[in-house]
Structure formats: structure tokens, C-alpha cells
Write a protein that binds this ligand. Sequence first.
Ligand code: GDP
Length: 458
Amino acid sequence: MPDESESPGDLRTPIVAVLGHVDHGKTSLLDEIRGSAVIDGEAGAITQHIGATAVPLDVVSEVAGSLVDPTEFDLPGLLFIDTPGHHSFSTLRSRGGALADIAVLVVDVNDGFQPQTEEAIRILKDTGTPFVVAANKVDTIPGWNPTENAPIKQTYEAQTDRVRSQLDEKLYELIGELSGAGFSSDLYWRVQDFQANIGVIPVSAMTGEGVPDLLTVLMGLAQRYMKSEMEVNIDGPGAGTVLEVKDEQGFGKTLDVILYDGTVRKGDTIVVGAKNQPIVTEVRALLKPRELAEIRTEKRFEDVPEMQAAAGLKIAAPDLDDAMAGAPVRVVGDRDVATVVEEVEAELAEVAVETAEEGVVVKADTLGSLEALANAMQEAEIPVMSAEVGDIAPRDVAMATTADDDKHRTILGFNVDVLADAERKADEENVRLFDSDVIYQLVEDYETFVEEREREQQ
Ligand code: GDP
């Protein structure tokens, strides 16, 4: 009998988030990864999940050609989270419940580092998430000649000096101190130690150039450094994170979930992190991750009996109204419901924002972004009276009016909508609303407001 403790656990697919400034090419890059995987890989090998795309190892190695020898890897492939845009960093968390294992930071080589790029880097650093930089749109560099078909390694050196020095400078500025051991600009071939070196991979989401290299590097990073974190108990009770809470016709409120451990089945009792106490409910339906071809045909979701990690899926269940994006989802299995509720509460408490009796009100779209916003507020020494996930509603305005100090009669919203009633009420009650999709912009706007106000009062 083999010793159980020595038998290797199941390995799940590493989960990859794609981050970057708007228009730098996150969506295009994901499309290109899907596209090249479909063209080069075996038909049907790549699967479109809810909120994610799975690229199995054999497809990675087909795309990457000689760059990847599949026998070197025992991880099953890569799962790319498909929610690009500025929301994607909310899948990164500093403590328990981080969803993405690795990230790709997309930077447009012409546009360079922009506010959301810097924000993404700060959050990657705060959460300790290893990442590589995809220096995108290399096809637009004058003199860049993709038809020459020269390996990127040779042309990169000669033709991307400007880009490279900017990346070097900015990366150094933002994360130089992280490396300690000294920052290297010769990164492309030196991603072995992601603590000290950040891999910069020139790519074009348009021509597909560099995409094989990117997949290779991601696979290598996961395999070399993160494998132990991919160990899961596939047959155990499912554990995942809510990506989005959405209305689905015929199902009411549903959860888009990335399952990173275990199995979830139809009929399972689950505990879901919510605004007040965790929700205990029963899975009414698991909705099938769509095949790639179905994206265009709007085929109705198909109910499936079970799903295993790592996967993106939709869960339909009663009573999900208060569920929060970014919150944990746990299958109870043969444990006590109360134990699992406690577990979920403990995980939520880890990201709970420290609040004071006097301060501003903050709102964010997901738990992850709320945490990032709260960290930024703490750094800027702005006290927070209340911090919640969700759109700005009249009751937030009511809360803001309870502040004693006039400068705290303020709501800061990150990636959220302001409900019409709330806007009207804020006007009436003289409560200021700030919103932005860049956290540091939000903090800066508020600081500027406070400074101006102080100047006026002098
Ligand atoms: P996102 O906002 O980061 O998701 O950016 P998109 O993927 O929507 O890309 C923004 C724009 O840049 C679109 O018009 C794309 O066609 C274009 N784009 C993206 N990647 C490339 C690239 O590698 N080369 C060129 N020339 N254009 C690109």
C-alpha cells in the first residue's frame, strides 16, 4: 500500500489574471490566446468557461512549439480569467482567498505606463502576486518587421530600446525595492527568479507574435514556483470565489464563480459570503461552461451535474441577493454547516476594512477592490467610517450625513454606480460624491478637495 501522505495531491490548473490600463490590449490578448489555441490546438481542446478560458497543456505546447516540452510539466494547463478591464485585479487578494495565482500585466508599448498600469503594479506588489509584463502592440513599433519572421529574441534587443528603458525605469521605480537583490533589465530570459526579476515579454495581440513565449513563461513560472499551491483535493468539497453576482433569465440571481478546489454538485449545500451574515443555500443548477463556438450563438445554458476545480461556472441557487463579488463560496459536504459558516466568516473578516467612528464612506464593486481601496485610504491616512461592496445607495448618503466633520460628509465610490435616488439625496444633504475607476485617482481627488477646502477656510 502506498503511503497516503507521500502520494502527490491532485494538481489543478494555475489561474491567471490579465491586468492593465484600458485599451492596452487585455481583451485582444485573451482573444488571441483563444484564437491561436483554437487554430493550433486540437479542435475542442480549449474550453470556454463562465468567466474564464482553459488552455490545456497539450494546446500550450502546440502553440509554443519547441518552446514547451509537455513532458517537463505536470500541471494541466492554464486557466485565464476572462474579466479584463480594471475589475480584474479584484481577483487578487493579499490574504486568504486570492484567486489568481499569476498575473499578466499588459502594457501598450506606445502608451507606456498609465495610471491603471501603476495601480495594477501596486496591487500586485501588495498582494505578492508573481507576474510577467506583456509589452503589447510591438507590431506598431516603427521598423518592427514581423514578416521577417526573426525570433523575437534577436529583434527585441535592437528595436525596443525606448520601450524597454521605460519599462525598466518604471518597474524599478514601482517595484525596485521589492527585488532587493538588484533589478535586472535583461528580463526576457531571466524570469527564473520572479522575486527579483520581472519578465518582460514583447507580444502583439494583433499578429500573435510573442504569444507562444508568453504561454511558455507562464507555464514555466507556475511549474517551477507555484506547483505546491496547485495541490488540491479534487474530490473534496468545492471552494471558490464569486466573480460576479448576476441576474440570469429563468434563474434569478446567480453567481459566476471560479472554483479553485474540489467539486461542486447540483443539490450541494453551499455557504456564500454576503453583505450581512453568510448565505446558506442549496445549488439548484450548475450551468455549463459554454464551448467556445457557443459564445456567438447565445445558446441557452445547459445544466450539468457537477464541476471540478479549476473551472469557471455559474451557480443558480435561492436567496443569493446579498452575495458579494469577491466573496468565498464553500460546499459544506459532510462537515457541519456552522463550521463552514465560521470558515467563510473568518475569511471575510480577513478582508474586513478597519473603520472608525468618524470618517468617509467608501463603496467598491468587489471585496478585492474594497480591500485595495481601503489599503490606499489607510496609506493616505484618511479615516473610513463605513466600507461596503455595492452601488452608492441612499442609505450610504444617510450614513455620510452622520459625520461630524464636514470634510467627511463624503462618499468615495470605486467602479460602482450612483443610484439616482442617492444622487438626489446627496445633493439635498450636501454630501459629496467622488467616483473613479482608478483607486489612486479617487484618493488624490479627495485629498485635493480637502486641501482646497482648508485653504479657503484660512
Ligand atoms: P483592453 O481595453 O485592454 O481590453 O484593450 P483592447 O483589447 O480592447 O484593445 C484596445 C485597442 O487596441 C483595440 O482597438 C485593439 O484592436 C488594439 N490592439 C490591441 N492589441 C493590439 C496589438 O497587439 N497591435 C495593434 N496594432 N493593436 C492592438
